[in-house]
Design a protein around this ligand. Structure first.
Ligand code: PMP
Length: 445
C-alpha cells in the first residue's frame, strides 16, 4: 500500500498509519487499483458500510454507527416515503427535460414558494452542487459582464474546473484563478471585540477595490450561508448584509450557496440566507435535496438569467430527470408534513447545549457554535492563545468513530469538530452524541 499523506482533507485515511485486518487492507488496495489515486477514505480505520437505516449506518459486521456527519440523507437513510417515490417513478418513466412533464413544474413551484421574499422565480436542475455553482457562475458572468468572484478563504464550492478555482479549501495543489479573491470568513471567536459584520463588509469591499485596480470587473460574491468549511461560522443574523450590499453596488451579484445550509438544516428557516435578511440573485442547492438521490440545481430571477437564456441553451441529460424530481418532491413533502424544521431547531439546540456543558470539564473546547442541526466545536491548545489543536481534533474524530458515532472536522486550522446529524435526530440520539464526545475527549486527552 502506498504511503500518502493528505493535507487537503481532514481525517483522510493514511495508508500504513494503523494496522488493519487483512480483508480491509485488500479491499482498500483493490479500490485504489480500480479507482486510481484521487479518491480518499475517511477515518484512520475506514468503514465498510453495507446498509443505512434512519440515523444509522451499519457495517459488514452488523455494527451500528450513529451518522452525525450526515447532510445528504438528512431525513434519515433510506427514508421509506422517498425510496417509494423513487421506485414508483423509475418504474413509470425515467426521462429528461426535453419532454413536457408535470413533475418538474410541481417541483419548481414547490421550491419557488419557499422564497417568497425574493424575485427567484425560475428553477434550473443539475446533478450536483458543483454543477449548480458552475452554472451559477456562468450566469453571473453573462449578466454582469464581469469575471471576478469573491469567496471566503477556506470555502468549498465544488470540483469542476471553474468552481475548483474558487474553492480554496482544496488546498495549494489547486490553483485559485487570477479572477478569484479570497476574504476571511467572519469569525466572532477569533475576533473578540470586533464588529465582524463591518469587518466582513470592508474585507469584501477591499476585494472589489482590488479587482478594479487590476482591471477586473466583479461578477459575484458567493457565500456558503453557514460558512461550513470555514468552521461552521453561522454567526449573528444579518452578518453578511453589508457585504451583499457591497457586491450589488459594485455591479456584481450575490450567490447564496445553500448546498450545505439549505433544506431546513439551520432550524430557523428553509434556507440559511433567510436568517440574514438578504436577497440572493441566485441560490444554489443540492446535497439533501434528494435525501441521497443525486439532484441539485439553482433558483434564479428572470432578470439575472434572461441573457444567458437568449445566448445559451441549457440541457443536462440527467439534471431534472423525472426520477430526481420525484425524489426532491418527496423530500419537500416530508420536510413540511413532519415539521422537520422545528425538530432541527429543538433537538439541535439540545445537542449544542449539551456540548456546551462539556466546556466546564474540558478547557480544550474553545467554542461551541451553530444553528439548528449544525454544530461546530472548536478545539484549541489553550483558551488564551486559541491556537488550533489539529492533532487532538483528529484523535477525537477517530475515537468517536471507534465508539460508533460519525463526525468529521473542518476550518482553516482543521480543528473544528463538524457535527451535522440528520434532521430527524431525537433527543436521546443527541444525548448519545454528547456522551460519546465526553468519552472520546476523556480517552484522548
Ligand atoms: N457547495 C458546498 C457548500 C458544498 O459543501 C459542496 C459539497 N461538499 C458543494 C458545493 C459541491 O457539491 P457536490 O459535491 O454535490 O458537487
Amino acid at each position: 500500500m502506498k504511503g500518502t499523506t493528505d493535507l487537503n482533507m481532514v481525517n483522510a485515511f493514511i495508508p500504513g498509519q494503523v494496522d488493519l485486518d487483512p480483508q480491509m487492507s485488500q479491499m482498500i488496495e483493490r479500490r485504489e487499483t480500480l479507482l486510481g489515486p484521487a479518491y480518499r477514505l475517511m477515518y484512520e480505520r475506514p468503514l465498510h458500510i453495507v446498509k443505512g437505516e434512519g440515523v444509522w449506518l451499519i457495517d459488514q459486521d452488523g455494527n451500528k454507527f450513529l451518522d452525525a456527519y450526515n447532510n445528504v440523507a438528512s431525513l434519515g437513510h433510506c427514508h421509506p416515503e422517498i425510496t417509494e417515490a423513487i421506485c414508483n417513478q423509475v418504474q413509470t418513466l425515467a426521462t429528461n427535460t426535453r419532454y413536457l412533464h408535470n413533475m418538474i413544474m410541481e417541483l419548481a413551484d414547490a421550491l419557488i414558494t419557499t422564497v417568497p421574499e425574493t424575485n427567484l422565480k425560475h428553477l434550473m436542475l443539475t446533478c450536483s452542487g458543483s454543477e449548480a455553482n458552475d452554472l451559477a457562475f456562468r450566469i453571473a458572468k453573462q449578466f454582469t459582464d464581469g469575471v471576478g468572484i469573491i469567496v471566503t478563504e477556506t470555502a468549498y464550492h465544488g470540483f469542476t474546473d471553474a468552481v475548483s478555482q474558487f474553492s480554496p479549501s482544496l488546498g495549494t495543489g489547486v490553483n485559485l484563478g487570477t479572477h478569484v479573491k479570497t476574504v476571511p470568513a467572519p469569525n466572532a471567536y477569533h475576533a473578540e471585540g470586533v464588529d465582524i459584520a463591518s469587518k466582513f463588509t470592508s474585507d469584501v469591499q477591499h476585494a472589489i477595490d482590488d479587482f478594479r485596480r487590476h482591471g477586473i470587473k466583479p461578477a459575484a460574491l458567493i457565500i456558503d450561508s453557514a460558512f461550513t468549511s470555514d468552521g461552521i461560522l453561522t454567526g449573528e443574523p444579518g452578518l453578511i448584509a453589508g457585504a451583499v450590499e457591497a457586491i450589488k453596488q459594485a455591479g456584481g451579484i450575490y450567490i447564496a450557496d445553500e448546498v450545505q445550509a439549505g433544506f431546513a438544516r439551520t432550524g430557523e428557516s428553509m434556507w440559511g440566507f433567510q436568517r440574514h435578511g438578504v436577497i440572493p440573485d441566485i441560490v444554489t442547492i443540492g446535497k439533501p435535496m434528494g435525501n441521497g438521490h443525486p439532484v441539485a440545481g439553482l433558483m434564479v430571477s428572470h432578470e439575472v438569467v434572461e441573457n444567458f437564456g437568449i445566448n445559451s441553451r441549457y440541457f443536462n441529460t440527467f439534471g431534472g430527470n423525472t426520477v430526481s424530481c420525484a425524489a426532491a418532491l418527496a423530500v419537500l413533502n416530508v420536510i413540511k408534513s413532519q415539521d422537520i424544521l422545528s425538530n432541527a431547531n429543538t433537538v439541535g439546540t439540545h445537542l449544542r447545549e449539551g456540548i456546551e456543558k462539556l466546556m466546564t470539564k474540558y478547557p480544550c473546547i474553545g467554542d461551541v457554535r451553530g444553528v439548528g442541526m449544525f454544530v461546530g466545536v472548536e478545539l484549541v491548545k489553550d483558551r488564551q492563545s486559541k491556537q488550533p489543536d489539529r492533532e487532538l481534533t483528529s484523535r477525537v474524530v477517530n475515537r468517536m468513530q471507534q465508539n460508533q458515532v460519525l463526525i468529521s472536522a473542518c476550518a482553516k486550522g482543521h480543528n473544528v469538530l463538524k457535527i451535522r446529524p440528520p434532521l430527524i435526530l431525537t433527543k436521546e440520539q443527541a444525548d448519545l452524541i454528547i456522551t460519546t464526545l465526553d468519552k472520546a475527549l476523556a480517552e484522548t486527552l
